[in-house]
Design a protein around this ligand. Structure first.
Ligand SMILES: [Zn+2]
Ligand SMILES: [Zn+2]
Ligand SMILES: [Zn+2]
Ligand SMILES: [Zn+2]
Ligand SMILES: [Zn+2]
Length: 245
């Protein structure tokens, strides 16, 4: 069964209109009398005969996938922007020539596969970016999220890692001695303060006499935690010497 273009009389196979012969918007235009790909909507001196009109009506019976208010002229509809990359302004678009009827009154997409946007963090908000920009956004070592703005991240010099501000607050503190930001797991509590491994090695000693830890600033004769421990060790030594004699 044919459908006749109201503008030029060109016959179109009604089955084909809904099964891939034309784009969905062209099928709508033909059915609505706005024109067809052959006349592009330009009226050609032609009036449909009653027989052709009947054919048109009969061919479309039971087929009503389009919105009659939409297609009034033969004009390719504008592209649809599905999403925009926040960083490079790349637009992921869908073109009207990517859409056809699937034979069941639905519209199917026949274009290339659309890229899905990737989500990165920008100042606490989620924004969409393309793959290239995603690869250029800065990943947080701790939470694996990516960050649009370098200002939302901190480089931990001692550990050669970059982390986001919230992970920094959650997991990092400063060494009391050198002031470097360090992961809390790598900080050591000593006398109510936190020190990095390096600084702890510099300031903490074990007493030669009692074995207790002491701060190097509190050392007595360099190796002892207290005067008592020092004296004790001196006594021990003289006892040893006496025994030896
Ligand atoms: Zn036509
Ligand atoms: Zn981009
Ligand atoms: Zn993070
Ligand atoms: Zn330190
Ligand atoms: Zn001691």
């Amino acid at each position: 069964m044919d459908v006749h273009c109201h503008k030029c009389g060109e016959p179109w196979d009604s089955y084909g209109l809904f099964h891939g012969d034309v784009y969905a918007w062209q099928a709508d235009a033909i059915i609505n009398g706005a024109g067809c790909p052959s006349c592009e909507g330009q009226s050609v001196e032609h009036e449909l005969t009653f027989a052709e009109m009947d054919e048109h009506e009969v061919a479309l019976e039971g087929n009503d996938p389009f919105d009659e208010t939409k297609v009034l002229e033969y004009k390719r509809p504008p592209k649809v922007v599905l999403w925009k990359c926040t960083k490079c302004k790349h637009e992921e678009t869908q073109w009207p020539d990517d859409l056809q009827y699937d034979g069941r009154g639905n519209i199917k997409y026949i274009g290339r596969l659309n890229e899905e946007p990737l989500i990165v963090d920008d100042d606490g908000k989620e924004v969409k970016v393309c793959q290239d920009c995603y690869d250029n956004c800065i990943p947080c070592y701790e939470c694996d999220k990516r960050f649009f703005d370098p200002e939302d991240t901190i480089y931990i010099q001692d550990e050669y890692k970059t982390v986001c501000l919230s992970c920094f607050e959650e997991f990092y503190s400063n060494c009391e001695k050198c002031g470097e930001s360090t992961h809390q797991d790598n900080l050591n509590g000593f006398q109510d303060h936190d020190y990095c491994n390096f600084c702890l090695g510099e300031i903490k000693r074990d007493c030669e006499s009692c074995g207790d830890e002491f701060h190097i600033d509190d050392a007595v004769e360099e190796f002892y935690c207290s005067k008592e421990c020092f004296e004790e060790s001196v006594e021990d030594e003289s006892e040893l010497l006496l025994e030896e004699r």
